[in-house]
Design a protein around this ligand. Sequence first.
Ligand code: A3P
Length: 292
Amino acid sequence: MSRLDVTETFHSITFPGHLHTQDSLNYATNFKFQDTDTVIVTYPKSGTTWMQEILSLVLSKGDPTIAQTQPNWARAPWLEQYYSPDVLNASKGPRIITTHLPYRLLAPALKQSKAKVIYVARNLKDVSVSYYHFHNVAKFLPDQGTFSEFLNAFLEGSVHYGSWFDHVKGWTSHSKDIQNFLYVTYEEMWQDLHGALQKVSRFLQCPLTEDELIRAQKHCSFNSMKENAMVNYTLIPQEIMDHSKGKFMRKGKVGDWKNIFTEEQSFLVDDVYSSQMADSSLKFLWECPAEI
Ligand code: A3P
């Protein structure tokens, strides 16, 4: 499947036609979840790949064999992407499923099961920068223009996968409607990866010894993942991702937005954030504490 210039619009949200079709999106929204499924839900660039690696390593009790031999999309496929039926039908379970879909599109299917949902959120300034850079690399994403133009589209929610605000608020404000829900932030994984691994292992009811935790932690550190071809996307051919334009495992930092945002852009985001998030109690870490 190529369709690099195709955009699919589904329930008013745009998706890259390279990976999505109307059929694949309908398949996702009508999916029959199993109670044993674990679903990673994220807005793009919020730590999806990191959580896929964390789950693989928790379930294998720190053994990196699967993480180092199976691409992340084969062990934790995106439900809405066209290849997922093949991967899921072949899976012997328990299944790890990934999705970027907003709550309103997936909730009807999900609410009928006891599947475990892990929602990973990241502060939107870092998400916007990471997403902007990813548009340079991923040839299936549209031309993003200048950072300023991209930021306006991002705040408006007109980028692919829709609005960060709708996504984060949609999932977190309905967390009580989902039987098994865990909220984790990118920033907490970054500040305390060991603690985040423990939190995930408790949620999955998959206890790890201290040695297993330390082993898992080693293999899902930024430096390990950066070298792991199964998660750093270097397996994707050049005509789909232009690796000369940047790396998927780019910086892996909290507060990198400070290197690209102007003061004016930061104020603009603060303004939009306070009005859009007025009805939410979520708190984000915006910069690396050592630099505060
Ligand atoms: P940056 O572009 O800021 O470096 P996603 O998987 O949702 O697309 O998110 C990608 C972002 O997560 C990238 O952010 C990537 O570097 C970061 N990331 C992936 N694994 C990480 C890890 N182990 N530690 C810190 N950041 C990680």
